[in-house]
Design a protein around this ligand. Structure first.
Ligand code: HEM
Length: 562
């Protein structure tokens, strides 16, 4: 109870006791009978007074509700708020996490110009945003980078809530990510998993000391996989030499780098996003980077998309159809109720880019970190190998159908998602109306960002949060999955804007991990005592790409028959 209420109660108490003293005095002078009327009067008066007090307390609370405060946060300057601190505190995500710690809060409000950025760093409040108030927070911000990367919000991931988002999300969930198509393209994914093993095997036989750059392998596995699913090609220009075991060419390297750059810049606290009048001046250089990324994606994607549009338009003219070979065929062949193409060139470009960048970062980063942690913890590595030996054995290669039985391996990936997310924050969710979260006022148009490390490394949720302990995920369930709808850490998120690619994302991640572990023994380079598990200064990725020695551990014919 507030001091103000305590004073009010004391005053009321005093008033009531004064009144009762008066009645007592009166009663001594008046006949007993009237006294019988005095007692009920005191009771009635007291009840009325209490009712009045309760009404006042309720009234004040209601008023307070209306004037509810914003979450705590640094005091900003007039007009610009804390925008100046975006310049002096790079990388911004580390500054925000320092502030959360200094202010000892799980919810914080930063003001950049007129935009309130609400940072959430505990599962309970995250659930309030993404589950309880899911419908209110179902939009995304308009930013310079997200506008370019989505060709003017023609796709789904980056689009604000509205008809375009609904249309493209429907296309993704019911066409591209349908169970039927996933089953149909199983062969493609299996071929890529074989290619991965063949590539590492060749590295073992050719590279000095069988050194393998795990980051390179993991990122390019994801790149190859998604190009195969999207365009039916691993290479933009097929190499003239037989490609068995060949690595990425310059275009593929440029492609994967562009996708990672896009992900690193898409929501990166660009000043002109809070002061749109500054757009074009490119004060922090983000616009130039975004143009560079788009130039690469357009150069590599456009000719393929144009050719396919032409092919399907010819088929349409002749009233013909053919089987869907890949995701692009699906996008290009979709028709509206009048038999016209459902998606425009821009929409297809936007959706293609989105599918590409949706899959590139999380699987590769999780597998790189998991391997780094496991090489430092032989007991964890041993348990994983034991599981693979028991469930799959050494006589065949692990397949997608084995994944349901590889609980310990899935627990390792969950642990990597928990402890080492690629992004420090979830993509921002925008409040579509004024609301309250954790008792604080969240104004309409606020950007809510959920800290992934705030969830995954939260000491109130996890024992020894900085320790890599896959066992913690085995305790609560017999069938381990990579999703975490309770948001005790962030994997695929939840709610209306949650990830629709859970099934594809899980199988790509698990096949990458399981094939690398089953196919090879991984050890530190000679002279290295332990792998330094240091994060990069500018991101949550390992500071240096993980380089390990790999040794084939299966019968030779398994590698050579692929
Ligand atoms: C291990 C792999 C993956 C992980 C960990 C992952 C995780 C996430 C997360 C955390 C979000 C943000 C959700 C939010 O804003 O609350 C998201 C959004 C999204 N993901 Fe994934 N994802 C993965 C793979 C994929 C794949 C393979 C696809 C499809 C090709 C995909 C498509 C999407 C889409 C379309 C959205 C945006 C949904 C919307 O805004 O409506 N993701 N993903």
């Amino acid at each position: 109870m507030s001091l103000e209420h305590q004073h009010k109660l004391a005053a009321l108490h005093k008033y009531i006791s004064t009144s009762s003293n008066t009645t007592t005095l009166m009663s001594s002078k008046t006949p007993l009978a009237p006294c019988h009327h005095v007692v009920p009067f005191t009771v009635v008066f007291t009840l009325l007074a209490l009712a009045f007090l309760l009404y006042r307390i309720k009234g004040t609370t209601a008023m307070k509700k209306e004037l509810r405060w914003l979450p705590p946060g640094p005091v900003g300057l007039p007009i610009i708020g804390s925008t100046h601190r975006l310049i002096s505190n790079k990388p911004v995500f580390r500054w925000i996490h320092r502030l959360l710690k200094e202010m000892n809060t799980n919810i914080m409000c930063l003001r950049f110009g007129t935009v309130h950025v609400i940072v959430v760093s505990c599962p309970e409040i995250a659930r309030e945003v993404l589950r309880k108030n899911d419908a209110i927070f179902a939009s995304r911000p308009i930013t310079s980078a997200s506008g370019s990367f989505s060709f003017g919000y023609k796709g789904s991931i980056l689009s604000p809530y509205g008809e375009q988002w609904k249309k493209m999300r429907r296309v993704l969930t019911s066409e591209i990510l349908s169970t039927a198509l996933e089953r149909r393209f199983h062969g493609r994914r299996a071929e890529e998993a074989d290619h991965l093993v063949r590539f590492v095997y060749n590295r073992c036989n050719t590279a000095a000391n069988s050194n393998v750059d795990v980051r390179h392998v993991a990122q390019h596995f994801c790149g190859n996989m998604i190009r195969r699913l999207m365009f039916s090609k691993r290479y933009f220009v097929e190499p003239s030499v037989a490609s068995a075991g060949a690595g990425p060419g310059p275009d593929e390297v440029e492609h994967v780098n562009a996708l990672f750059t896009l992900l690193n810049y898409v929501y990166s606290f660009c000043i002109s996003d809070y002061f749109p009048v500054l757009r074009g001046l490119d004060l922090d250089g983000h616009e130039k980077v975004a143009h560079g990324v788009m130039a690469v994606l357009n150069r590599l994607h456009d000719p393929i998309i144009e050719e396919r549009l032409h092919e399907w338009s010819t088929l349409r003219k002749h009233g013909e159809k053919r089987e869907m070979r890949d995701f692009l065929d699906v996008l290009v062949s979709l028709e509206d109720s009048e038999g016209q193409p459902l998606l425009s060139f821009e929409e297809i470009k936007a959706q293609t880019a989105e599918i590409m960048f949706a899959i590139i970062d999380n699987p590769s980063n999780a597998v790189e970190w998991a391997l780094a942690e496991m090489v430092n913890k032989p007991e964890v590595m041993e348990k994983a190998m034991h599981e693979l030996n028991t469930v799959v054995g050494k006589g065949r290669l692990v397949q997608e159908s084995d994944i349901p039985h590889l609980n310990y391996l899935k627990a390792c990936i969950r642990e990597a998602f928990r402890l080492h997310p690629y992004h420090s924050f979830n993509p921002p969710h925008v409040a579509m109306k004024d609301t309250t979260v954790a008792g604080y006022m969240i104004p309409k148009d606020s950007h809510v960002i959920i800290s992934r490390v705030g969830l995954g490394r939260n000491p109130n949720i996890w024992i020894d949060p900085l320790e890599f302990q896959p066992e913690r995920h085995l305790m609560s369930c017999s069938n381990v999955v990579l999703t975490e709808p309770d948001l005790r850490f962030m994997s695929f998120s939840t709610g209306r804007r949650g990830c629709p690619g859970v099934s594809l994302g899980s199988s790509v991640t698990m096949m990458l991990f399981a094939r690398l572990l089953q196919g090879f023994s991984w050890t530190k380079l000679p002279g290295v005592q332990t792998i330094e598990l240091k994060e990069s200064i500018t991101s949550l990725a390992l500071a240096e790409p993980l380089i390990l020695q790999a040794e084939p551990r299966l019968p030779v014919h398994l590698y050579e028959s692929m």
